[in-house]
Design a protein around this ligand. Structure first.
Ligand code: DAH
Length: 349
């Protein structure tokens, strides 16, 4: 077949191509391994010398003709396909985007941080103590010897025999802090932390809960120093019109011992469900450090004196944020936890 005829046929076929797929087929037919133009190319060498140049030029121009059209058509078809795709995949930029959830500190953490800030502003250090504790620190050096009935109320989980246990209170940190100061210098610490007891979990009890312990040891410290300190903290946490009251109580490591009540910030002392219609709410145990405790931890009670207190962190958070079930703090239902996120708490303040 003459090259001119081939070109004529190619022109027709080019006109018939309707899409990328057909264009590719055309490419294979003409420039594939056994394509028409490829074969013509390989024939150039067999053409007699005097015709070779002319034949070669014709094959070349046919090839250029093919390539020019091929490129143009390819671009064209690709544009068409792209436009079709764009039409289908239309993005509405006015639609709201996926919401990114922002976390917030746990409500107990928030309360503890608030209490820490208040005490730090009064010169207290925030210290830590082990949750796996020795009987010696959790009981004995707090004036609760083996067999003392006070231990019954603080039954806990034992790790090794009777000597290593999960601390039932943060009070052992008092002993540890005094031992560290070696009976030589004043101590002013608070210790927020987890405590454990063999309690059945319900709305007001948990086998694991948080206390905020406090200890101040110095010279000439009395119950009135304790009262003044607690009063400042309570007013900062619950409001300036909230009053503090001490009720006599009994703890083995303080003498005298007291229960710390605050006037009900909800009903202003008139009686409501939060204060069980008494006008007062108990938030801590406290007292003047017992001389035996000072002595056992290396402080001479004739020179040194001090006060100590233990707040229930959950109890304070439940009061401050009006939560009626302790389990809300520990279960993993985000819907409940989220009810108390940062924004809401700030608005309630
Ligand atoms: N540790 C006590 C308890 O768990 C609370 C307490 C009472 C702590 C009096 C004190 C304190 O530091 O002085 O019931």
């Amino acid at each position: 077949m003459r090259i001119e005829d081939i070109k004529e046929r190619l022109e027709k076929e080019i006109n018939d191509v309707k899409n990328l797929k057909e264009l590719n087929e055309l490419h294979i037919r003409y420039l594939g391994r056994k394509g028409i133009i490829t074969e013509l190319n390989s024939k150039i060498k067999d053409v007699p010398n005097d015709k070779k140049k002319e034949f070669g030029m014709k094959v070349n121009s046919l090839k250029n003709y093919f390539n020019e059209n091929y490129d143009k058509m390819r671009n064209n078809f690709e544009d068409i396909e792209l436009n079709k795709k764009l039409e289908k995949e239309y993005i509405d930029i006015s639609l709201p985007s996926t919401k990114i959830e922002v976390g917030a500190p746990h409500i107990l953490e928030k309360l503890i941080e608030e209490v820490e800030e208040i005490f730090m502003s009064m010169g207290y250090d925030v210290v830590d103590g082990p949750e796996v504790e020795e009987d010696k620190y959790n009981f004995e050096m707090l004036n609760i010897p083996k067999g003392h009935p006070a231990r019954d109320a603080q039954d806990t989980f034992y790790i090794e025999g009777e000597e290593v246990l999960l601390r039932s209170q943060t009070s052992p940190v008092q002993v540890r802090s005094m031992l560290k100061a070696k009976g030589e210098k004043p101590v002013r610490v608070i210790c927020p932390g987890k405590t454990y007891r063999r309690d059945d979990d319900d709305a007001t009890h948990s086998h694991q809960f948080m206390q905020i312990e406090g200890l101040l040891v110095d010279k000439n410290i009395s119950l009135s120093d304790l009262k003044g300190t607690i009063d400042v903290v309570v007013k900062k946490l619950f409001g300036n019109d909230v009053e503090t009251r001490f009720r006599p109580s009994y703890y083995q490591f303080t003498e005298p011992s007291v229960e710390v009540d605050i006037s009900c910030f909800n009903c202003k002392g008139n009686g409501c469900s939060i204060c069980k219609h008494t006008g007062w709410i108990t938030i801590a145990g406290a007292g003047v450090v017992h001389p035996n405790v000072l002595r056992m931890s290396g402080y001479d009670p004739d020179i040194w004196s001090g006060f100590a207190f233990g707040f229930g962190a959950e109890r304070m958070a439940m009061l401050k944020y009006d939560i009626s079930d302790l389990r809300v703090f520990y279960n993993t239902d985000l819907r409940e936890i989220k009810n108390f996120d940062r924004e809401e708490i700030n608005n309630n303040d």
